[in-house]
Design a protein. Structure first.
Length: 332
């Protein structure tokens, strides 16, 4: 049974902490610490000194999942044996009623109150493995390099086609082509590092080989799935993964007047959503079963996007089945 609820508002340089008890949720004790190793140690020391009768198993930390700024303290708390719940900022914001003002102190108090009200819904934070963290970093870095390469190439081609023969334009064009070649080499180097990491862990390697046996699922698609699902440990149901990726349509109806068509939600991992769309388009061409499915549905008058979304859903179920059954795609 939790006695203390500690709300944490993460920012780049500091963390604001509010501590409340279940008997008195309206006010709490607020402190501010630097968001670094020294600050994290000071936070834990202050809690031990201020609440000596409260054990770790009676404390529930809660914060918004802000990505980079929340990682270090989250990992420290998990390593020290504390229970931490990282919640989506939208859920916390829309549970607190009307708010006329905003500051870091009040935000940390709202987070603590949220944890106290909904402690039965808490999901305990578990740090990623070192390999998954490294793969995530490489995945993000590769994506950045690809964007830089495409921007340099598109800009150079547009400029050269419009102002061809201009001295400055020719110089920029040639320099951009050199930059593109360098970025292409860097991307290949990063991909080699990624493959070395994948091959270094048997379980990740096996899952990678299983899901890439599906037509349409290639290097980038497989890497994204492994990174975002933490090697398929986050989702025990393909329907949950499909919902996370923005593939599942939801109804929008109310009373007798609002009867909208079912649509996919914007609350999704948009990067994974895009990569699954690319995989579905490729599978609709090269996978015999899905190619026939696409042809049949189009002849029935179904919209292209609807059929592609159905194929995305089929791919997710097929991927999860291969991982669960530890087998390879028989349709390949």
């Amino acid at each position: 049974m939790n006695k203390l609820f500690i709300g944490i508002d993460f920012s780049k340089k500091k963390v604001d902490v509010s501590v409340i008890e279940k008997e008195n949720m309206s006010s709490g004790v607020h402190r501010e610490f630097s968001n670094d190793v020294a600050g994290h140690e000071s936070l834990l020391a202050w809690l031990c000194e201020s609440y000596p009768q409260t054990g770790k198993d009676q404390m529930l930390f809660c914060g918004e999942n802000t990505g980079l700024y929340s990682v270090c303290l989250s990992n420290t708390l998990a390593h020290e044996g504390y229970t931490l719940w990282l919640e989506h900022p939208y859920s916390i914001k829309h549970s607190s009623g009307m708010q006329r003002g905003k500051n870091d102190k009040s935000d940390s108090l709202l987070i603590a109150q949220y944890a106290c009200r909904f402690e039965d819904m808490a999901k305990v934070y578990a740090p990623n493995t070192e390999t998954i963290r490294a793969l995530h970093s490489f995945f993000t870095f590769r994506d950045l390099l690809v964007k830089m390469k495409n921007e340099a190439l598109v800009h150079a081609k547009e400029l050269h086609s419009v102002l061809k023969g201009n001295r400055a334009t020719d110089y920029i064009y040639q320099h951009s082509l050199t930059q593109v070649k360098n970025l292409t080499r860097e991307i290949k180097d990063v991909e080699k590092e990624i493959m070395d990491l994948i091959n270094s862990e048997e379980e990740i390697k096996n899952n990678y080989e299983r899901i890439t046996s599906i037509k349409g699922v290639a290097f980038v698609n497989a890497l994204a799935l492994i990174v975002y699902t933490e090697n398929f440990t986050c989702f025990d149901d393909p329907r949950k993964l499909a919902c996370y990726a923005g593939v599942v349509p939801f109804q929008r109806t109310s009373g007798s007047s609002v009867k909208g068509n079912a649509k996919t939600s914007g609350f999704a991992n948009k990067k994974l959503n895009t990569l699954l769309t690319q995989a579905a388009r490729t599978a609709a061409i090269h996978d015999p079963i899905l190619r026939e499915y696409y042809r049949r549905k189009r002849e029935e008058g179904k919209h292209h996007n609807l059929v592609i979304n159905n194929i995305r859903n089929k791919l997710i179920h097929r991927i999860c089945a291969l991982v669960r059954n530890q087998t390879f795609d028989q349709a390949a």
